[in-house]
Design a protein around this ligand. Structure first.
Ligand code: SPV
Ligand code: MG
Length: 312
């Protein structure tokens, strides 16, 4: 937020920074975020990159993670996240909201909003969250490969990252089928592969990683196999680990508990010690910095000496 203009100009593009983080076996942690506040918090706590989660942004909008939010609504939130944090942001683009054309328009919009990359999954629109139900149907390989290619061709910045996510294992397919799809998407231009699983153990992910090797960076979201250690993920060569939804779920629980407690007690005094003091929020959002800037900009010295300072 307070980075100087010259530091901002010398900074490598978001795509370059994300690419650097996604190296074989790095196990870079991407924190799932859903708005400006969650982005501020993850940034302040030291995460190197963010995942703009479709599930979490949808939940925060009060709708289901089944393409109920429009893609322009979601890109609006991505812009908010990019204003709150200078970290590289990987954006969840679901299935691309239709055909190759809507997918590439989404990718171009995400790049303009300040994101480092987008991730598209090979399901059929409208998709359902991977952890709900069994109605997960995969798009034809050629059709999804074309979507990936269209995005690579459409975004001006060659460093903008396009991730292909295969939902083969979620849809009940085999590791071999997942490998076949991931390879087709890689050949179409995908910069990295997100292999998703909803098993409680890392087994099928481990098998995929061993057979994939270092063809391209692998990204995972260990929501259900959360007991697996980061050391194991790194041994498997995994480049990026996304804690996709835990921040949103923590906020959800905290808000629910608070509402219940306040309604029952007809008072807020019992919860005061368990919630963030306003001073913590003012500090994270640098209210004091605004005070200083107000002093500087509302009494600007327009004399030649004062205006010389503008160019410095
Ligand atoms: C998301 O965060 O929206 C994802 C990851 O797509 S998951 O919900 O774990 O499938
Ligand atoms: Mg999603």
């Amino acid at each position: 937020m307070n980075t100087s203009a010259s530091a901002r100009q010398n900074e490598p593009s978001p795509g370059i920074r994300l690419r650097r983080l996604l190296t074989h076996g790095a196990g870079t942690q991407l924190m799932g975020v859903h708005d400006g506040m969650s982005a501020h918090i993850a940034t302040a706590e030291g995460f190197p990159a963010l995942w703009a989660s479709g599930l979490c942004m949808s939940t925060a909008l009060g709708v289901r993670d089944s393409d109920e939010a429009s893609w322009t609504q979601l890109l609006g939130i991505v812009g908010t996240i990019a204003q709150a944090s200078r970290l590289p942001i990987l954006v969840d683009g679901d299935t691309g909201y239709g055909n190759f054309n809507s997918a590439r328009r989404f990718a171009v919009g995400a790049a303009k909003a300040g994101a480092a990359g987008v991730c598209f999954e090979d399901k059929i629109y409208p998709k359902m969250n991977s952890f709900f139900g069994d109605g997960h149907h995969l798009a034809p390989i050629g059709e999804f490969s074309g979507k990936i290619r269209a995005c690579k061709d459409a975004v001006d910045d060659p460093d903008f990252v396009v991730v292909s996510r295969t939902e083969t294992l979620i849809a009940g397919g085999t590791v071999d089928e997942a490998l076949e799809r991931a390879e087709a998407y890689r050949l179409a231009g995908a910069d990295a592969v997100f292999i998703h699983s909803r098993k409680a153990e890392v087994g099928e992910i481990g098998e995929f990683c061993k057979l994939w090797g270092d063809r391209s960076p692998i990204i995972i979201a260990p929501t259900t196999y959360h007991r697996t250690s980061m050391a194991t993920f790194r041994e498997l060569g995994i480049a990026g680990v996304m804690w996709a939804n835990q921040s949103m779920r923590a906020a959800f629980s905290a808000m629910r508990e608070t509402c219940r407690a306040v309604l029952a007690a007809e008072s807020v005094s019992g919860i005061e010690d368990n919630i963030a003091p306003l001073s913590e929020i003012f500090s994270l959002y640098d209210y004091a910095g605004l005070d200083k800037e107000e002093e500087k900009y509302t009494s600007w010295d327009a004399s030649p000496v004062g205006s010389a300072a503008v160019g410095q």
